[in-house]
Write a protein that binds this ligand. Structure first.
Ligand SMILES: [Zn+2]
Length: 233
């Protein structure tokens, strides 16, 4: 049975990390990007003593598992003059910018050029997950979103969070299940639909009413309008 040493945990995270993806270990004020098979680049560092110390510790840790770090072009972020909100905005901006550079694993076409609206949500079963504090959460649903390269047709499975970074929140408003497309309605739209007495409105639970399949968490509990694929807007 494998023990959860910091080395094992880091190795596991890094192996799963997509090329050009960011790794931001919680609370350290450091943002790394995976730039090679065992190469990271330090992109951003907060100008705090915590980040400076963490950088040295991370260097040792990553050395010990055979990963190189390029820290020649790090930008220092003056977090002492930012509100927590501004910090969060900056972090999100960095993540979105990094996502724009993710390439197709086969032909280097940016994932941002894929037809993201055609992403297919796939349920990958249940798995125990280790939380950052070392606790294990049992039987967590695993989902991925499969997108297809418009150039070489490679299917690329993505973490839902990464997919959202790439595609934006708007695409989470609609969901395709089998041959039916669900589009979440705003409160105003719900009122209009109900007043007009239109019938093709549903409230979604855990399972798809048409296919009986498990729905991904983000669509459960939404009020949706449904239409056969190809007829939506
Ligand atoms: Zn491709």
């Amino acid at each position: 049975m494998e023990t959860n040493t910091p080395e094992n945990v880091a190795q596991d995270i890094l192996n799963k990390l997509r090329m050009n993806a960011l790794w931001e270990p919680a609370g350290l004020g450091l943002s790394y990007m995976k730039v090679g098979e065992s190469q990271l680049k330090l992109i951003e560092q907060h100008n705090t003593p915590i980040a400076a110390q963490a950088k040295v510790r991370m260097q040792h840790l990553l050395d010990s598992i055979g990963w190189d770090i390029d820290d020649s072009e790090v930008s220092m972020i003056d977090v002492q003059n930012l509100t927590p909100q501004q910090q969060h905005m900056k972090e999100m901006q960095l993540r979105v910018e990094a996502a724009q550079k993710w390439p197709c694993p086969e032909c280097e076409t940016p994932l941002s050029a894929f037809p993201l609206e055609k992403g297919l949500w796939n349920f990958d079963g249940h798995q125990d997950m280790m939380l950052p504090d070392g606790e294990v959460e049992k039987d967590v649903e695993q989902w991925s979103v499969i997108i297809q390269c418009p150039v070489c047709d490679t299917q690329v499975p993505m973490e839902p969070y990464d997919y959202t970074l790439l595609a934006g929140d708007d695409l989470l408003m609609s969901y395709r299940s089998g041959n039916v497309n669900y589009t979440a309605l705003s409160r105003l739209q719900i009122i209009e639909m109900v007043d007009a007495g239109l019938g093709n409105v549903l409230v979604l639970g855990t399972f798809c009413p048409t296919t009986g399949l498990l729905l991904p968490p983000h669509v459960r509990g939404s009020v949706v309008i449904y239409a056969p694929v190809g007829e939506e807007e």
